[in-house]
Ligand binder design. Structure first.
Ligand SMILES: *Cc1c(COP(=O)(O)O)cnc(C)c1O
Length: 452
């Protein structure tokens, strides 16, 4: 018994074939087109009569798809790339085709059960207690915001009132999403603590900065954000030192491991994260260094009861899903309806096993360490920050911003690599962010050589 027509079946098969091809090949980097180029090659697709599946899919395959960069290319090293396993990417198709509702236990019990096992693996890596738990949200931005909102709500209840202004301690290297959440979304003040020479937040600096604040500012602090793998530098804060200061003041400790949290899986890097077991909330993006497709951020709370108090929505029509003892993902973040976006990550973990994840993260760390040596050994480039994880920040000696831009454009035009400039300490430089186990030291050498 087919529930679809022959025409539907042709469309489904054509899309599945496209996906199979995309997963089977080493896709080219591709390149963005200008709006004018897209107008010329695509034009108006949304029309009253519809263009039919063949033409719409042809436009995707021939023009629109290749006008999107392959973020999973092994020499895509800008921003934070991603590198989904085939299992994870394939399961993402299934999630779409099954149309699972992931917001409540009532509607998505099987999905939530599986997602929670994936969250548990992450909580165990971090050393969080048995009652810890949370939800997969869209990305680190929503993860950080949701955690900080829960932190403020918890502080409000503990104090029984508001200070003149709320405040949160961060550093210059704290991700832009945290500062955006605090400033724009939450209207909370930011106390910026100076980082050490590598931009790390240390407990001692936090203590000294806070001691120098006027009483009324200090009184408004309710949380501190430690970064476990800063985006620009790949460096891990002194989480244990920060946790001690947070404890002493009764602040919430949020650990942002959106990129670097994956390093918890690697025995060779685990020591860098000491203290993460004391976090009140923790995030890591499987869509960054844990081999899942976009979009997926694991948000985990030490005490989910406090998170639920902040995030559960109440309404008569929601009463049926509010059942004691059932885990409703919508209770833990700023969202209600939700795609079961942790499932591709769960499936791949279940298929490959956690040892394979450990090995894949170790592989990227090993390539990054070799890449750092290549940069140290070359005369024309200079490593700017000693790396902790898999981000390498370096400069081409003597280059200005235009030379970086020309070089980057040439590498993309020749489909060799995607590497963009960045800034550090007021100077222009560049960086490699390596999250793909297929990236080799030879790939890095090729790009470093291209800067002669
Ligand atoms: C990428 C990143 C974020 C933001 O995560 P999105 O998934 O892009 O929303 C937050 N913090 C850090 C440290 C990051 O690297």
């Amino acid at each position: 018994m087919h529930r679809y027509s022959p025409a539907d079946e042709r469309t489904i098969r054509a899309i599945a074939d496209y996906c199979l091809d995309r997963l089977a090949m080493e896709a080219p980097l591709d390149r963005p087109l200008t709006p004018a180029e897209l107008d010329a090659q695509v034009g108006q697709t949304v029309v009253a009569a519809g263009m039919g599946p063949d033409e719409a899919l042809r436009l995707w395959a021939d023009v629109l798809g290749p006008a999107c960069l392959s973020v999973d290319h092994r020499r895509y090293l800008s921003f934070i790339p991603n590198a989904p396993t085939k299992a994870a990417a394939a399961f993402d198709m299934l999630v779409g085709a099954s149309n699972v509702y992931g917001g409540s236990w009532l509607e998505g019990a099987g999905a939530v059960y599986a997602e929670n096992q994936a969250l548990r693996w992450l909580a165990d890596l971090a050393g969080l207690p048995a009652e810890a738990g949370g939800v997969f949200v869209q990305g680190g931005t929503i993860g950080n915001l949701s955690a900080l909102v829960a932190a403020r709500e918890s502080a409000l209840h503990k104090r029984g009132g508001r200070p003149r202004r709320w405040a949160v301690c961060v550093t210059g290297e704290t991700h832009s999403s945290v500062k955006h959440a605090l400033h724009v979304v939450m209207d909370v003040d930011v106390v910026e603590v100076p980082g050490d020479a590598r931009g790390r937040l240390l407990g001692s600096a936090l203590l000294a900065t806070v001691a120098g604040l006027p009483d009324e500012v200090r009184d408004g602090i309710f949380a501190v954000v430690a970064t476990a793998g800063s985006t620009n530098l790949g460096v891990v804060d002194d989480i244990a030192g920060v946790a001690a200061v947070a404890d002493q003041h009764g602040w919430w400790l949020h650990v942002d491991g959106a990129y670097g949290g994956a390093g918890l899986a690697a025995p060779s890097a685990r020591h860098l994260f000491a203290g993460v077991e004391r976090a009140d909330s923790f995030i890591v993006d499987p869509h960054k260094w844990l081999f899942a497709p976009f979009d997926s951020c694991a948000l985990i709370y030490r005490d989910p009861v406090q998170a639920r108090a902040a995030h559960t929505q109440h309404a008569g029509y929601l009463d049926p899903v509010t059942v004691e003892g059932e885990w409703n993902p919508s209770d833990f973040a700023i969202q209600l309806t939700r795609r079961a976006r942790g499932l591709p990550f769960w499936f791949s973990l279940a298929v490959h096993g956690t040892d394979a994840y450990r090995d894949a993260v170790e592989q990227t760390l090993a390539v990054a360490r070799t890449g750092a040596d290549l940069i140290r050994d070359a005369d024309h480039v200079r490593l700017l920050v000693e790396p902790d994880l898999t981000v390498l920040l370096f400069e081409r000696i003597g280059w200005d911003v235009e030379e970086y831009a020309r070089w980057g454009s040439r590498l993309l035009a020749e489909q060799v690599a995607f590497v963009t400039p960045t800034r550090h300490g007021g100077r222009v430089c560049t960086r490699f962010a390596i999250v793909n186990p297929l990236t080799t030291a030879d790939d890095l050498a090729l790009i470093i050589d291209s800067m002669h």
